[in-house]
Structures are given as C-alpha cells and as structure tokens.
Write a protein that binds this ligand. Structure first.
Ligand code: HGA
Length: 612
C-alpha cells in the first residue's frame, strides 16, 4: 500500500525522502511525489506516474532544495493513477499534505468546501484533507491546531503528514486506522508509514497510537498529542532487525531471498518457546496459561495467505486440542451477524498487523463482546493489531519485502502449531504426541533446508507452466489449504489463473476442465489420505491431464508419461504442511521469472493492505 515519508533536518532532505520512497517500493504503488519547503519559503513539488525512478529523473533536472519535506507513493483508491491525482496534494500554494487511507465522508466535505470557494484539481479523497486543513489553518494560524480540528471531521482511515509555508520549521503528522511512525534522529526528525523507510537515518522509532497527532520541528523536537489533544508520552523503540534485512544480498529477487531465509526465521520463531517435549506456556505471555484453559471454541480471522495459515491451524487444533474451530476471511466476518459460542478465543493472523480488514474484524469482535479474549499472531511488534489484542505471539520472520508472502506464512504456521500444542498441554498435560511434534519442530530448520534443495529440479519443471493459462492444485486434509496457497502464489506473481480444490471434490466439477492444457499439481505427503489422493490422480491421468506430484520419498508413486514426481524428505505428518509449501513457492517463483513478471511487486497488488 502507499507510503509516507517526511523529514525535518538541518541537512537537505530530498535525498532522505527519495531513499525512503525507494525503501517503500516493495509495498506496491502506482505514482510518487514529493514537496519540499525552500529556504525562500515556497512549497515546491514534483510528481510522477509509475515507479520512484520516474520521480527521481524529474528531480535530477529540477532538484527540490530545502530542509523540510514530505513524500509519498500512492496506490490509488479514489481516482486514476495520474500525475494530477498523485500526492502531495496542495491547497493553493501554502499547504501540502500526503495521505494513506480512505476518507469515507469526502463527498460531503468536498461539497461543503466547494461551496466555500475551494477549487479541486484532482479526483482523490485526499484533496479534501488539504483544503480542510487550509481552512482550519486560516482560523488559528497554527498548523498543529488546524490538524487537530480537521481530523475530528474526517471519517475513515488516515495517516497524514502536512507542511505549511506559514510555519516553515515544522511537519505535523496524524494517524487513525493507517500506520505512522516517528523516526527520532540526532537533531533531526522523520515520519514514515513503515520504519523500513527510515533505517538509513535512524533505528529509533515511536509507533504512534490511534488518534495521535505529532509535531516534528527543527533540531529534532518531537511532541506527541493524544486524540484529546493532551500531550502524550510515547516510548522510543529500537528497531532490531538492522538495515541488512532490506537488501537483496546475492539474490535476484526479495522473494527468492525470503524463500531461502525460511530455515533461519523458523528457527528464530521457535527460539525460547520449546521445552522438554512441550511448548513453554510463557511463549504466549504471563497470564496465557490460565486463559488457554478456559477456551472452548476458537474463531480464526485473517486475509489472503494468512487465511490459509488459519485453515491449516483448524485441522491441527481440532485434531490435537479437540476444540471446535472456525476460520473466516476478515472482510466477510466483519459484516456478518456473528453468533459467539461461550468461551470463544478470537485469533487473528496478519504479517503487518495493519491489515485494515483484520483490524476491523478485531474491533467488531471487541464491540460485539462475548469473546473470552483475543490473540494476534503477527510479525510486527508494536503494530496496531498487537497493541489492540489481549495476547500476542510474534513470528520472527523479519521484514518481508516481496509482496507475495512466503516466510511470513511458514512462520505463521509454526506459531499456530505452538499455539495448538499449548492448547493441548493445558488440557491433558505432557504426552508422546507433543514429544513427537516438538522433536519434529526442532528438526524443522534442517528439514526446510532439505526441502529447498529441490530448487534446481523445480526450476527445470517450471518451463512446463510458462505457456499455460490455467493450473489446478489438489490436496487433501491440511494439504488442501497448502494447495490453495500454492494456487494463490502462482496467480499473484505469474498471473496464471490457478485454482485449488480438495482432491475429493475433483469429480464434482473441476474434472470437466482437465485436458492436456491443464497442468495439475498435487501435494502428496505420506498420510492417511494418501491412497484416496492416488485414486484422484488416476482420475486426472485418465483425462489426459499432466500431473506434477510433490510426494514423500517413501510414497510408492511411479514416474510415467505425463506423471512427474518430485520427492520430498520423509517428514512428520503434522509438520508436513510447512515443508510442502516450499516447492509450491519455488514453482511459482520460477514460472514468474520465466514469464518475466515483476516478481517482488506484482501488478495491481500491494503489501500491508491498509485499506478496506
Ligand atoms: N485514498 C488516497 C490514498 C490511497 C491509499 O492510501 N492507498 O494505499 C488516494 O486514492 O489517493
């Protein structure tokens, strides 16, 4: 999603802002822009459609000089991706604003402002914010007060950064529903929608809370005010992952780097959480054990890839902890009249912790009441989802830059298995099954390395897909959501239409699509559903479909014409979904590379989906 960067410094800010925008490119966007306040007191602006490099080219011929500025990458929600609609938006020559989010009441505000003589030059909702702020500034001649009185009138979600020629020494930021962090420098201060944008200038951040307004002024002064306008203390957090996390290293794409990081980040997610044959209850926080004991039902809510992690977890929780579990996509859950069974724990999964639909679902659940508590499985400490949940379990995937999620997914699966084991243990104490799974988890980083060793073989296979327009993924049990995730990856980055079905559903419809032009990918670990899956594969073969089977090394399944078998190391059946994800990630990656798509920033998609 779109990104914000702001800087107030004694040095020139154009370079800082530009580097910040480049670091936010991974989120997906369609245009970029920057406004810098010159020493002569003018707000100068450059905007360009397309990538940040197009903006950079403009800046090469007409640099924006000055010590205070704001910049933006836009992912259009209101109005086409044109230069006219790109941020910053201005009100006259005196005020500039960048905005992430959606102003839901912009039509009413626009009518009101037009009646008062304000002239609109874009199709965006953001432009109402610019004029509203200018109007309020004209009343008070103070930018902080103007922002504080304007934001009260906004319905919807926003993170904004504002500059005004009347107060050339300050930037005001505000957030509600969209993330915004302050970067504390030495004698300088910054704003961004994501700390990654600022790691070149600081590693010290303040994560603003809902309704906060912040004033950054020269000499690095940072003042935060809460939604009531009271001065508020906000802790400074040191960013621990280091700047190296956002370089591609020796990899061609972030996605490939992130696929290959999975052994390491899974090990980090397990660290300190496993005891002798069981999961340590403190992994979920001090009071978690007593709470987990009272859980009778689980409601999982998530979006996209995280939803697939939730679907796998349902199989685990029902089988291993005996608790009825429901899983739903957040955008459906939040608009449903939900009936909450007694003793239900509300669980959300989100890489960023800022996913708008998931956050809205959490808030809907809190307003509705009746839930025992909420638990967030999340990759970003200090994110809104974590702050607003009763309990949290952090995945340790580190920054994920590729829009198509890989390591965030496998670490979510690990977190959900830890959660499942904790639920089982509070119910029945230690037992051999927990022992078996904990041992398999300890082996997991090594098993992941073995799984990734298939990279070369999968690269060879990928040419069979590059010319195809459709693909079908099949799995049974926990492998059904893994098939769904495989299909999602292929769609996202190679733009091949892919669908996933539980293999048993094949004959109830999708078999009609199978012919020699429809590759069929099946995930076949050595589990109790293997024989049934084999029968389903025969159904495909009998219709001339070409089969690509990822199978356990001990499964008896012969290669033959039209049947390609790739062997994975024998693995504990409970852990298998994590391992079988790997070849599907690699397959979609290599197909996308062959097709020449933008692997890390696929068209029309964005990371950290902070709008509804
Ligand atoms: N609504 C604004 C900003 C969009 C946004 O936040 N995208 O992630 C616009 O359309 O310009």
């Amino acid at each position: 999603m779109c990104g914000i960067v702001g800087a107030v410094a004694s040095r020139q800010v154009q370079g800082i802002l530009l580097e910040g925008l480049k670091r936010l490119e991974y989120r997906g966007y369609d245009s970029a822009g920057m406004s810098v306040l010159s020493d002569e007191g003018r707000l100068n602006r450059q905007r360009a459609v397309g990538k940040v490099v197009a903006l950079e080219e403009k800046l090469e011929t007409a640099a924006l000089k000055g010590h205070l500025g704001i910049a933006h990458t836009r992912w259009a929600t209101h109005g086409r991706p044109t230069e006219q609609n790109a941020h910053p938006h201005q009100s006259g020559e005196s005020l500039a604003v960048v905005h992430n989010g959606i102003i839901e009441n912009y039509e009413t505000l626009k009518a009101e402002l037009e009646a008062q003589g304000y002239v609109f030059t874009s199709e965006t909702d953001t432009e109402v914010v610019a004029h509203l702020l200018a109007r309020e500034y004209n009343k008070s001649q103070d930018l902080l007060s103007a922002v504080q009185s304007a934001v009260i009138m906004l319905k919807g979600a926003y993170a904004i950064a504002v500059a005004h020629v009347g107060q050339p020494d300050q930037i005001i930021g505000a957030r509600k529903g969209s993330p915004l962090v302050v970067g504390a420098g030495i004698g300088e201060a910054f704003l961004a929608s994501d700390p990654l944008a600022l790691l070149q200038v600081t590693d010290r951040f303040i994560y603003l809370q809902e309704g906060d307004v912040v004033r950054l002024s020269q000499e690095g002064m940072i003042e935060v005010f809460d939604y009531e306008g009271q001065s508020a203390e906000r802790a400074i957090t040191v960013f621990e992952h280091g700047d190296g996390a956002i370089s591609k290293g020796n990899y061609r794409h972030f996605m490939l780097k992130e696929i290959h990081e999975q052994a390491q980040v899974v090990a980090a997610t397990l660290e300190g959480r496993l005891g002798e044959g069981h999961v340590l209850p403190r992994a979920f926080g001090a009071d978690a054990e007593a709470l987990l004991d009272r859980v009778k039902h689980i409601q999982i809510v998530a979006c996209g890839t995280s939803y697939h992690a939730g679907m796998v977890a349902r199989y685990w929780i029902e089988k291993l902890a005996g608790l009825p579990t429901q899983v739903e996509v957040a955008s459906e859950y939040r608009y449903r009249d939900v009936v909450v069974p007694d003793g239900t724990l509300f669980v959300t999964l989100s890489q960023s912790g800022e996913t708008a639909d998931t956050l809205a679902a959490l808030r809907y659940a809190a307003d509705k009441g009746g839930y025992l508590a909420s638990l967030a499985i999340c990759n970003v400490p200090g994110s809104t989802l974590v702050r607003e949940s009763d309990l949290s379990l952090m995945t340790q995937a580190g920054p994920e830059i590729g829009v198509a999620s890989t390591k965030a997914f496998t670490t979510q699966l690990v977190a959900m298995m830890l959660f499942t084991l904790a639920l089982r243990r509070v119910r029945q104490g230690d037992d051999p099954i927990q022992h078996q799974i904990v041992n398999a988890l300890r082996q997991l980083p090594q098993s992941i390395q073995q799984g990734l060793a298939l990279d070369g073989a999968i690269e060879k296979l990928s040419s069979a897909f590059a010319e195809k327009h459709h693909a079908l993924f099949l799995g049974r049990g926990t492998m059904f959501p893994i098939a769904l995730e495989g299909a999602l990856k292929l769609k996202e980055i190679s733009y091949i239409h892919a669908e996933a079905y539980p293999a048993g559903e094949l004959k109830h419809g999708p078999l009609a699509l199978v012919d020699s032009e429809m590759p069929v990918i099946a995930v076949a670990p050595n589990d109790e559903l293997l024989e049934k899956l084999k029968a389903n594969l025969q159904e495909v073969r009998a219709r001339g479909g070409e089969l690509f089977v990822f199978a356990d090394e001990n499964v008896s399944l012969a290669e033959s014409e039209g049947v390609h078998v790739l062997r994975l190391p024998a693995i504990d059946e409970y852990i298998a979904p994590i391992i079988y994800t790997l070849p599907l990630q690699l397959l979609s990656y290599h197909v996308a590379v062959l097709k020449g798509t933008d692997v890390d920033q696929p068209r029309n998609l964005a990371k950290s989906v902070t709008v509804e």
